[in-house]
Design a binder for this molecule. Structure first.
Ligand SMILES: *Cc1c(COP(=O)(O)O)cnc(C)c1O
Length: 385
């Protein structure tokens, strides 16, 4: 709950804006470090969830690495002081420039998503007279039972290498002198609430790890990706994700050979609950049988509801009314999908009330758009408000 001082200061700031509670982030990271025993696990933060420098500073201070999915994300991580040895680079389509930049920056590993990509990394590495570490991002064809637009590990998805091609790749690797296979990588999707999916992943990872070992290559790590969900329905009660259950699944089920490590790449679960979108009511109106609250934030500031039909809890921070009404809470943009929530019960709301949209720390600001020539949204923090 925000106290009255915070709400009073919100009233003085131009809306919309993001508000980050750095105490929540710190608490989350502390819990993560306790649960992710560093003898077995190495954590990388999926920087695409949020590239905010203040958040990155705290993340880096907890000894966490970076999972990047573009050259600019690799660059950002380096600029923010992350050690190149703690950066891995994934992504289904890397440009030659991005590959060259990452090789020159001596990042720890490329997570490769096609045979052609491995060959290109080999060629560029040869020119630079280096050997590059790669992991194979494998598509295990597992249904992750999350929203279809954030499912990534089935045979219908563009991501990864068909797991049936591993044998061919092992043979190919013999002829690639500038490639060093150091890991296998899986990422089944995001916001995966059914942990049985991770059990399945472990079985496939174990079989593949063993197969590669029998072939004569001892991998350095098994990367199991991200996917740990956050509680969008009860963000205040459950603001720390279930790290212990998540890490236990892997501790119990992944069979490590010699000194292998398990890499995890967490995005949403680290930063999701520390971020809020704060917005002002521009207008209210009744049209036919619906009551609308029209906010000054829309899908350009938070696209997840429009893109994935996702739920974000919303509250009116300033209403002192005791009567309630059902509203559609919408944004100002010229798009019918610019809706945050339909038919929700809120205290009677009026022009200039301040609204809080919860759990916006991940895939909020980083997915914001310039559509309708909207202004770039600002961020404020709990330590300076
Ligand atoms: C997006 C992404 C992640 C992070 O997923 P979360 O569900 O946000 O934890 C991890 N790995 C890869 C390769 C990704 O693309």
């Amino acid at each position: 709950m925000f106290n009255n001082d915070i709400i009073d200061s919100f009233k003085t700031i131009d809306t919309p804006f993001y508000y980050y509670d750095l105490n929540i982030l710190s608490e989350t990271l502390e819990k993560l470090i306790i649960e992710a025993n560093s003898k077995i696990f190495k954590v990388h933060y999926a920087i695409k969830a949020n590239t905010n420098s203040k958040l990155l500073y705290l993340i880096r201070n907890h000894g966490i690495g970076i999972d990047a999915v573009s050259g600019n994300e690799v660059k950002k991580a380096i600029e923010e002081g992350f050690d190149n040895k703690d950066i891995v680079f994934a992504g289904v389509g890397k440009t030659d420039k991005e590959i060259e930049y990452s090789i020159n920056s001596k990042i720890s590993c490329f997570n490769c998503e096609s045979i052609q990509e491995i060959q290109v990394i080999n060629d560029i590495s040869k020119k630079s007279l280096v050997t590059s570490n790669i992991a194979l991002r494998l598509n295990p064809n597992i249904e992750s039972k999350t929203h279809k637009n954030i499912t990534t590990g089935t045979k219908k998805n563009k991501f990864g290498i068909d797991i049936n091609d591993v044998d061919d790749i092992l043979i190919l690797l013999k002829s690639l002198d500038n490639i060093n296979l150091v890991g296998i990588h899986f990422h089944l999707g995001s916001q995966i609430t059914n942990f049985k999916v991770f059990d399945k992943l472990c079985k496939i990872a174990n079989t593949t790890n063993k197969k590669i070992f029998d072939y004569g290559i001892l991998l350095n790590h098994i990367n199991v990706g991200g996917g740990l969900p956050i509680d969008y329905n009860n963000p205040e009660k459950n603001y720390i994700p279930n790290f212990s259950e998540y890490f236990n699944v892997y501790k119990k089920n992944i069979i490590l050979l010699k000194n292998q490590k398990i890499y995890v790449e967490l995005g949403r679960s680290l930063v999701g609950q520390c971020g809020n979108l704060i917005s002002r009511v521009l207008f209210t109106k009744k049209s036919y049988d619906k009551n609308y609250v029209i906010l000054d934030a829309g899908m350009t500031e938070l696209i997840r509801p429009a893109l994935y039909n996702s739920y974000h809890k919303i509250s009116n921070l300033t209403s002192i009314e005791s009567t309630f009404k059902k509203y559609d809470v919408v944004g100002p943009l010229c798009e019918s999908s610019d809706i945050f929530l339909k038919n929700i019960k809120l205290p009677f709301s009026k022009r200039n009330d301040i609204f809080r949209i919860y759990s916006c720390g991940a895939y909020g600001k980083t997915m914001s758009l310039n559509y309708n020539l909207r202004n770039t949204i600002k961020s404020y923090y709990s330590d300076i408000i």
